[in-house]
Design a protein. Structure first.
Length: 198
């Protein structure tokens, strides 16, 4: 199954002022599109051609680095666009909030630990909330890696590659992650992925 660039689920300027139209145009139309194009080139004729995106990500991890880099980033970004919405942030759906309190010590602690994971990821990578062994966990991964290859299911991810925030925040990665959590997260989509994962 070949990779396809999904359309953004909102207008380029819909996440402003927390994420600018310029950032979304570069990030979606250039960066994500490049992962799709290169990923399809590398997938063609490989033993993983015809597999689902999740299968390609898991199957290429540790065996085909170039394909993994592009498939992993494609998977991450397909969800990243849906992990955000205009007027996001705000209240977390009840059952998910209860689980955050139970497993991650509360919403404030979750936000602090998620921010620390994103800020502490040296260089490019991602910060995550994932479901592992039935529990929520905060994780961070380098480059295009994601929790799928560590036996977990991601339910929220924040892209901390510089192209995700540099136009709007320059080198202020903590401010970007705070804006992401407080104003952009689509908690209903996170809840859907959580329900699917359990």
């Amino acid at each position: 199954m070949s990779f396809e660039l999904p359309p953004l689920p909102y207008a380029y300027d819909a996440l402003s002022p927390y994420m600018s139209a310029e950032t979304l145009e570069f990030h979606h139309d250039k960066h994500h599109n490049a992962y799709v194009t290169k990923g399809n080139e590398l997938l063609e004729g490989s033993e993983l051609a015809g597999k689902s995106l999740e299968e390609v990500v898991k199957g290429s991890y540790g065996t085909n680095q170039a394909l993994f880099n592009n498939a992993g980033q494609h998977y991450n970004h397909v969800h990243f666009w849906s992990w955000m919405k205009p007027n996001g942030g705000g209240a977390i759906p009840g059952a998910l909030e209860k689980k955050i309190v139970e497993d991650l010590g509360g919403v404030d602690k979750m936000k602090a630990d998620f921010t620390a994971a994103g800020v502490g990821q040296f260089g490019s990578g991602w910060a995550w909330i994932a479901v592992k062994d039935g529990k929520l966990a905060i994780m961070k991964t380098p480059n295009g890696e994601n929790p799928l290859v560590h036996g977990a299911t991601p339910i929220l991810g924040c892209d901390v590659w510089e192209h995700s925030y540099y136009i709007d925040y320059r080198n202020r990665r903590p401010d970007y992650i705070k804006a992401f959590l407080d104003h952009l997260v689509n908690w209903e989509y996170v809840e859907k992925l959580y329900n699917d994962a359990i």
